[in-house]
Design a protein around this ligand. Structure first.
Ligand SMILES: Cc1ncc(COP(=O)(O)O)c(C=O)c1O
Length: 400
């Protein structure tokens, strides 16, 4: 009898972590590596947020809190939803987890039975299908295309829904494409959902504040209030507030669902780190001006990357509305060869050869369920991005 559970056979380790590890190994071996694979900002956590954590420690706020978050943080989250999304939630409708990842995972564990389907537009954040599988559900992948900048159309959503659909996952701006849905684009999707009253919406708004040019973020329960009773609105402080290591994510939705998620967390991890919760209170209630400054850097970097990639023969790259990713297509490079004779049969071979020959680490599209593409994370310095994109261009143009 194996010591390992059969549930484990359903999932694979995170491919983004695998690539970051490979890049780190090459770097340790003395190679000149530029990693464009990680999903976190290069900025430091702002000082006022760090100070709130130091103050919490000094004041002895270092004990357990309620399992799914302390009242002060739930209040700050309710205020944020009202202020930024015109959504009214009470503290009893809010749950706080160890990062956005735990919140999403709790929701699946709390709701999925064998045979329940979860519609996931592709390309998707790598963890969605595996979380669904671990929870015993069935991921139903709804592929998008480059023609719509990788945004799901109402017809594609309609085609993916069945009587077994329990959740539709919506992520805008998206990891890995950066695509953000306008109010009208989202309304067209919520109109479809109105016709399917058994389907719930899990909206992953992790990149809400990372939006550029004149893009205006919106979230399903705001766009279609009739969906409020069957929407779980998920968010977190990791990305916008440069707090990936602090591990605070949160969600709001109907009380019975939140209570079920609390039950799971209370029997697994209990409360997220108390000190991080105090830091998150400051992140949400404190000054927000630095977000505009950070976004100016991100949008400048996005423009730099999109420009060089689109100048590269064989690559096409849409300009995304938000997040810190671009998702170029390499369809025109499939079948070409490197100078040493390796045929680029798919995007995984492309990413492996790119890393080995140029030291640039990107994540291949198959990891996100839509090929042939690769994901560039541009959350790194302009100088590194310029160097990395120049190497990508040279690599592609040397393919024969
Ligand atoms: C789309 C998306 N959702 C959720 C998360 C999880 O964030 P956290 O670090 O808060 O767990 C990530 C992190 O990469 C993400 O890209």
């Amino acid at each position: 009898m194996s010591i390992l559970s059969t549930a484990l056979e359903r999932v694979k380790p995170s491919p983004t972590i695998a690539i970051s590890t490979k890049a780190a190994e090459l770097k340790a071996a003395g190679r000149d590596v530029i990693a464009l694979a990680a999903g976190e900002p290069d900025f430091d956590t702002p000082d006022h947020i760090k100070a709130a954590a130091v103050k919490a420690i000094a004041e002895g706020k270092t004990k357990y809190t309620a399992p799914d978050g302390m009242p002060e943080l739930k209040q700050a989250i309710c205020a944020k939803f009202l202020r930024e999304n015109s959504l009214t939630y009470s503290p009893a409708q809010v749950t706080v987890g160890n990062g956005g990842k735990q919140t999403l995972y709790n929701a699946f564990i709390a709701t999925l039975n064998a045979g329940d389907e979860v519609v996931i537009p592709a390309p998707y954040w790598v963890s969605y299908p595996d979380m669904v599988l671990l929870a015993g559900g069935t991921p139903v992948i709804a592929p998008t295309s480059q023609e719509t900048n990788y945004k799901l159309t109402p017809a594609q959503l309609e085609a993916a829904l069945t009587p077994k659909t329990k959740w539709f996952i919506f992520n805008s701006p998206s990891n890995p494409t950066g695509a953000g849905y306008s109010w009208d684009e989202l309304k067209a999707l919520t109109d479809v959902l109105l016709r399917h009253p058994h389907v719930w919406v899990m909206t992953d708004d992790m990149y809400e504040h990372l939006a550029y040019d004149d893009f205006k973020f919106c979230t399903p329960a705001e766009v279609e209030p009739a969906l409020y009773p069957r929407t779980l609105t998920c968010n977190g402080v990791s990305k916008a507030y440069a707090m990936t290591g602090w591990r605070i994510g949160y969600a709001a939705g109907p009380e019975p669902l939140i209570a079920a998620m609390r039950k799971i967390q209370s029997q697994s991890t209990s409360n997220p780190c108390t000190i991080s919760q105090w830091a998150a209170v400051e992140a949400l209630n404190g000054p927000q001006e630095f977000l505009t400054e950070n976004n100016a850097s991100f949008s400048r970097r996005r423009d730099l990357v999109v420009k060089i990639l689109n100048e590269t023969k064989g690559i096409t790259c849409p300009t995304p509305e938000g997040a810190f990713y671009v998702y170029p297509s390499i369809a025109a490079l499939i079948g070409k060869q490197t100078a040493s004779g390796t045929v680029i049969t798919d995007d995984e071979t492309f990413a492996t050869e790119l890393l080995e020959q140029t030291g640039v680490a990107v994540v291949f599209g198959a990891a996100f369920g839509l090929s042939p593409n690769f994901r560039v994370s541009y959350a790194t310095s302009d100088a590194e991005l310029l160097e990395a994109c120049t190497r990508i261009k040279e690599f592609c143009e040397n393919l024969i």
